[in-house]
Structure formats: C-alpha cells, structure tokens
Design a protein around this ligand. Structure first.
Ligand code: GLU
Length: 426
C-alpha cells in the first residue's frame, strides 16, 4: 500500500498533535505495508472518557473542571500513561499523547498498552486543598475504567507524586482495600519505586550515551541546550553534568532563558528558578530568548517541555548533531524531514523519554510482588531496556534508510500489528 493511500504525507505546519500522529501513522503504514483493517485499528483510539469534575474552591464557590482519559490501545496489555493538569489541554492533545504511549510501551517491550489523561486547569494558581479535591474528584469520575490490571495512570506535566498519592488513596477508598498498583509515580513509602522520580531523565541519558557512541562524540566535552527546566530538564542537566561532565550551555523555560558558553551550574540554576519562578536573570549568564535556543552552536539539543517546538520554521537553523526529545511530540513531521536531510540524529520522544514509563512498569511489578528493589537493580534494568530499544531503532533506521522516528514507529507498530493478528482482531 502506498503512503498516499493513507492520506497526505506532506505536513503543512500543522499544530494539532493528533493530526501529527495520524501523519506519522500514514508514513509507518506505508513502510510496513500494513493491511487496511490493522491500519484502521492503529489510527483510532479504542476508548475516550470525558468527565465534568465539580470542585469546591477555597472561596466557597463551585467550579466544574473538564477532564479526559483516552485509552488508545490495549492489545499488548492494560493501558498505561500519565495525567496532565494543564490550562491548554484538549482532547486532541490527549489522543496524541495516548497514541505515543502505545508506541512507547511496545518499543520498550513492556506488557502494556497506551493511555493518557488530562484535566483543563491551571495548577499554578490553585491551593493544595483545591488540587487535592480535583485529584480525588477526577478519580471518582473515572474509577470504574481504571485499575491495576485495566488502566494505570501516572504523573505527567504539572502532576507529581503527591497528586498520585491522593488519586491512589481515593481509588483504594472506593475499592475498600489498598490498591497501590492502580497508579505509578507514587511517593516511596506508599508503593513508589526508587528511581521513578528521575527516571525520564536517566532513561534519556542512557539513550544519549548510546547515540553519542554512534556519533563518535565524547560526552565529557559535549555541550547541551535544554528547553524546559521541570522534572525532566533539570534532572537531565544535573545527571549529564554530574556523571559525564557535560557542559550545560543554555536553558530556557516558559518565562526566560540563560546562556553561558563555559557552562551553567545545574543545581544553582534550579535553586534560582525555585526562588524566582524562572531561570531568566540567573547571575553570570547572558539572556536568551526561547526561540534562540534552537539555533545555538551546541552538540545536543534537548526539548524537554511541550509539543510542536521544532517546526519547519526553525529546523533549518539547528546546529546540534543530536536531538534528544525528552518532551512528547516536540518535532513536527516536516521538521523531521529537514533534520534527516541535515544528518542530525533524532532520539524520538517515545524512545528517549520512555524511562518514566519503564520505571513505572518496574513499580507495578514491585507492587504486585510486594518485594521492593534497590537503586542498583532499578538503574541496571532501566539501562538495559533503554539501550536495547535504542539499538533496535538504530538497526531499523540503517536497514530501511529512514529517520529514527520512522524506524521507532516501524519497530513499535509491527509488534502491535502482530499482536492484533494473534488475538484475532484483524
Ligand atoms: N507521563 C510519562 C510518559 O509520558 C510516564 C507515564 C507512565 O509512567 O505511565 O511517558
């Protein structure tokens, strides 16, 4: 089947993440020569839940928040994926993120399908009490659709271990028994796993190590530019600097950016951001606008915030030789083509940021077995998973002469398609 039979392969600077997923599916279906019925199953979410969550605010008023959970595909196992609290959330973003979770779990050979949830809200202006009532209210609305062997949520943008604790507790109350396995990313003493909090960054670093080896790059001399200084961006900066001596040349966040060609101190910068709400204005550094980050003369560019930041508008000016996508969906399909032509090695999101869900899976295994692992065991298993996934993508990319994202799609979707045939779905 040709690519055009599945629709246009030419992107027109689309900003809709789910349209991007569908374009990526088109390309993949053509490469794999997928039969039509499997293609239809792959490009459509299996189940979508939309809820209204009433929350009593601190001032006594009642506000109703809109929430979603999209369970994209469960052919490989119970669905898995984070919950975002974000003012700009849309059903299409959640659909796209749920699809990427499906490919991510398949690529990492986890016995899990993909899902994603979200609530339209601005947690930055809500009190702890309001956030707790919202978290519990969300679970009250979706509890019958989730469970340790059904769908297992986790943290994502603007949700954290405390939010997971409230959600797990609410589900346990409804179930009438402790159900630690319903949520991952929990605090350590209530069923969390060692290493989960920094797992996204650590997993990305393990992939970067392999990619640097492929590119003949010496990491101790490498410079990084990082967009986003939340959990993923900060921990990557810290670990890359601490373990390999990488130089953190530039960091931007929503409100500002900084550059220092001799390197920024990741911890001092984090403490500064905690005090000032932004990295902007950090002492001994030059001011950097968010857009300027992408064209800097650095070795590794790390988009670690939100979607659609590398587009055909800025892809041509990128000088880095490796792009490590810690964010989900930061690059549009036509930017991918430009980057491939420039010979830039992309570490696609659902490979590069898969450390989070991989340690989430380890957390589930520990919850089920009630036997908890030490740090060395978690890190060793994570390293093996990430390196294996990287090399399967690299092999596919070299074999088919396609970019790393298309290669990752081929590996992940082929496994899903095979499972569908085995289960008699298509
Ligand atoms: N939200 C993370 C992701 O996008 C982790 C999901 C999980 O741990 O289930 O991969």
């Amino acid at each position: 089947m040709s690519a055009s039979e599945h629709g246009s392969m030419v992107d027109t600077d689309s900003e809709n993440s789910f349209e991007i997923v569908r374009k990526q599916c088109d390309i993949c279906a053509a490469l794999l020569e997928l039969p039509d019925d499997i293609f239809e199953l792959i490009r459509n979410p299996m189940r979508e839940i939309k809820v209204a969550i009433p929350v009593r605010m601190d001032d006594g008023t009642l506000r109703v928040f809109e929430g979603f959970r999209v369970q994209y595909n469960d052919v490989l196992g119970p669905t898995k994926g984070g919950i975002r609290f974000h003012p700009d959330e849309t059903i299409d973003t959640i659909r796209a993120l749920a699809a990427w979770m499906t490919w991510k779990c398949s690529l990492l050979e986890l016995p899990l399908g993909g899902a994603k949830g979200g609530v339209i809200c601005n947690p930055k202006v809500m009190s702890a009490g309001e956030l707790e009532r919202l978290s519990r209210g969300y679970v009250e609305r979706i509890w019958s659709f989730i469970g340790p062997d059904k769908d297992i949520p986790a943290p994502d943008v603007y949700t954290n271990p405390q939010v997971m604790a409230w959600m797990m507790d609410q589900f346990s109350k409804i179930a009438g028994k402790n159900q630690f396995g319903v949520i991952t990313g929990k605090p350590l003493y209530i069923g969390g796993s060692i290493g989960r909090n920094t797992a996204t960054a650590r997993g990305a670093l393990y992939v970067i190590v392999e990619a640097a080896r492929t590119a003949g790059m010496n990491l101790s001399e490498a410079s990084l530019a990082i967009q986003g200084y939340g959990n993923a961006g900060f921990n990557l900066a810290f670990l890359a600097n601490d373990i390999f001596g990488c130089k953190i040349a530039a960091v931007t966040d929503q409100r500002g950016g900084v550059y220092n060609k001799d390197g920024l101190d990741p911890i001092a910068l984090y403490n500064y951001k905690m005090q000032n709400g932004t990295v902007g204005g950090f002492p001994d550094s030059e001011e950097l606008k968010n857009g300027e980050l992408f064209s800097l003369d650095v070795d590794i560019l790390c988009p670690s915030a939100l979607e659609n930041v590398i587009t055909k508008r800025n892809a041509g000016s990128i000088q880095a030789s490796i792009i490590a996508e810690l964010a989900n969906g930061p690059t549009t399909p036509d930017a991918d083509d430009i980057l491939f032509d420039k010979g830039i090695q992309i570490l696609p999101d659902f490979l590069c940021n898969a450390g989070g869900v991989t340690v989430s899976y380890f957390e589930m295994v520990q919850n089920f077995s009630m036997l908890y692992w030490d740090e060395a065991e978690v890190f060793e298993r994570l390293k093996k998973k990430m390196a294996t996934a990287y090399h399967s993508v690299l092999n596919s990319s070299e074999k088919h002469k396609i970019n790393m994202r298309q290669a990752a799609y081929m590996v992940a979707v082929q496994r899903i398609a095979d499972a569908m045939v085995l289960r008699g779905w298509a």
